[in-house]
Design a protein around this ligand. Structure first.
Ligand code: ADP
Ligand code: ADP
Length: 227
């Protein structure tokens, strides 16, 4: 298993109020290595909260989060930050590329301060290979402003992959794209899941995107149901 959530409960309590709003209710989830899953559910059902718990950006009130056999509840903040940097890649609804940098520079941003020439060269090779894989070889020196939304989002996927994470977490990755670009991005995510040996969790409102994943879970009333 790459991810095991065991009996996760997460609630919000407004200060001065005794009432708890339970968002995740004794929820368990196991994601196998190499698996791709979609999480769907109505707005406000807790999908982002669940994604934040999986990525250790948010804490839960009870339960355990195990990543690749490591219990994350034993790690402090600094160790968690290292854990995320090494193991996770994030894709968001908007691409968050820096407008003043080229595509290639955007993708290689984490390696700009790198002193080790071998490490840097290897990252450059990976960047070029991945940009080719997503069909952006010709645009590597262009800036995000010169590219379409779909192209920028594909570059954002490459940026999420550049440090060879074990798991990609994508929150509404097609939410800002037109139908055709959304379709392409969905296919790309499936492709990287299958060919780049990376597990995938996608939160989405789009059933078209969800259906491309190996499993679809619906989050409702704090519980996950396999569709
Ligand atoms: P979704 O991603 O499915 O739209 P969220 O995980 O963003 O749902 O939110 C689930 C619920 O938890 C929402 O009702 C939201 O208002 C509430 N919520 C999220 N974050 C907080 C917070 N920090 N404090 C209080 N309530 C919150
Ligand atoms: P999304 O659009 O992904 O569902 P939301 O708009 O629900 O996200 O939430 C955006 C951010 O605001 C999240 O980080 C969430 O934790 C926080 N948030 C949402 N609802 C509340 C709330 N009632 N009180 C405090 N923070 C909240």
């Amino acid at each position: 298993m790459i991810v095991e959530l065991k009996n996760i409960t997460k609630y919000y309590q407004n200060s001065g109020s005794a009432e708890k709003r339970i968002i995740l209710d004794d929820l368990s989830l196991a994601i196998a290595k190499g698996e791709s899953i979609a999480i769907v559910g109505p707005s406000g059902s807790g999908k982002s909260t669940l994604l934040n718990v999986i990525s250790s950006l948010d804490t839960c009130n009870s339960g355990n989060m195990i990543f690749d056999a490591q219990d994350l509840s034993k790690l402090n903040e600094k160790e968690l930050a290292n854990f995320r940097n090494q193991n996770l890649g994030f894709v968001f609804q908007s691409h968050h590329l820096l407008p003043q940098l080229s595509l290639l520079e955007n993708v290689l941003l984490p390696y700009l301060p790198e002193k080790d020439k071998t490490v840097k060269k290897e990252a450059e090779k990976r960047a070029l290979d991945l940009l080719e894989f997503v069909g952006l070889s010709k645009q590597i020196h262009q800036r995000p402003g010169q590219m379409s939304g779909g192209e920028c989002q594909r570059a954002a996927v490459v940026r999420a992959l550049i440090h060879q994470p074990k798991l990609i977490l994508a929150d509404e990755p097609t939410g800002s794209l037109d139908k055709k670009s959304a379709e392409q991005l969905g296919d790309l995510l499936v492709d990287i899941n299958e060919k780049q040996a990376v597990s995938l969790v996608v939160v989405t409102h789009s059933m078209d995107l969800a259906k491309k994943m190996k499993k679809i879970y619906q989050l409702e009333d704090g519980k996950l149901n396999l569709l």
